[in-house]
Design a protein around this ligand. Structure first.
Ligand code: 0L1
Ligand code: MG
Length: 268
């Protein structure tokens, strides 16, 4: 990330922007990207806003159940016109059971992404975390589908705006079969996404930063910039293996993972 150190927003501006973006999420309405009004915002400001949204949810009693990386494929970064991956947090109410229903009216313009999740048995604390550290610290990997729902009109944003918006996090489904990463070739692990029985996307693990574990390493190193780490037991989604696909009310989806089973759901 082209680092812009320091802050340009005051504490009260960070709080106001967090309320602005969280209300858009909770009430499912679109807003314009926040850098239009705050062009001097820094990356640190953007993460401050995301962490303030997280703090507000926790203060209301929500639990943080995982983390996600976003924009981890070169194709996706180019598609969205951004230059670096980002991260976000997963709150308890984002969880949807495998085969469950997702209420489309609670969201703005959801899209689904085929991902994988890593669950850690040991803490990962950056800086300097690499793929080897991640594989050693991983308890198991398992399938995951993310539902992203940028609060920005037409998914039009820049990297700072999307970071502040918790990297478009909204819902996720996990299931299928857990596996020891030593038993998988994570780079060639194939996924097939179907919507209403039709194949709409295919991909392989290497689409994510060359190796899915590289995404977890990057997350640990980005968190270290704020003095944070990934604790033992953390659930981490690595970012999209396929392009994100728009879903409409009534759509069913199933994502098949090579050797790891399938997960699915329905937008109602
Ligand atoms: O999870 C993702 O890769 C999405 C991150 C935010 C970008 C977007 O909304 O498309
Ligand atoms: Mg994602």
């Amino acid at each position: 990330m082209a680092e812009v150190k320091g802050k340009s927003l005051s504490k009260s501006q960070v709080e106001e922007l967090a309320i602005h973006l969280e209300n858009a999420e909770l009430e499912a309405y679109e807003v314009t990207k926040i850098t239009d009004d705050f062009p001097n915002m820094t990356y640190e400001d953007a993460f401050d806003i995301q962490w303030e949204i997280r703090r507000r949810k926790e203060a209301r009693g929500n639990k943080i159940v995982g983390m996600k990386m976003g924009l981890t494929s070169w194709a996706k970064m180019a598609q969205m016109g951004v230059e670096h991956p980002c991260y976000g947090f997963l709150a308890d109410y984002f969880t949807v059971p495998d085969g469950g229903e997702i209420k489309h009216d609670e969201l703005i313009h959801p899209k689904i992404e085929a991902e994988l999740a890593f669950v850690l048995k040991d803490e990962l604390k950056g800086p300097g975390i690499h793929i080897g550290d991640v594989l050693r610290a991983t308890d198991f990997v398992m399938p995951a589908v993310e539902v992203i729902d940028s609060r920005y009109k037409d998914f039009k944003f820049d990297l700072k705006s999307v970071i502040a918006d918790n990297s478009s996090s909204s819902r996720f489904v996990t299931g299928g079969r857990m596996a020891d990463p030593a038993d998988l070739d994570l780079k060639t692990l194939g996924v097939v996404m179907e919507i209403n029985g039709e194949v709409v996307q295919t991909g392989a693990g290497a689409a994510v930063l060359g190796h899915p574990a590289a995404s977890v390493a990057m997350l640990a190193n980005m968190l270290a910039e704020r003095g944070e780490s990934l604790k033992a037991g953390s659930f981490i989604m690595i970012g999209a293996i396929t392009a994100a696909v728009q879903v409409n009310k009534g759509d069913n989806f199933t994502v098949h993972y090579q050797g790891l089973g399938s997960i699915g759901g329905k937008f109602v």
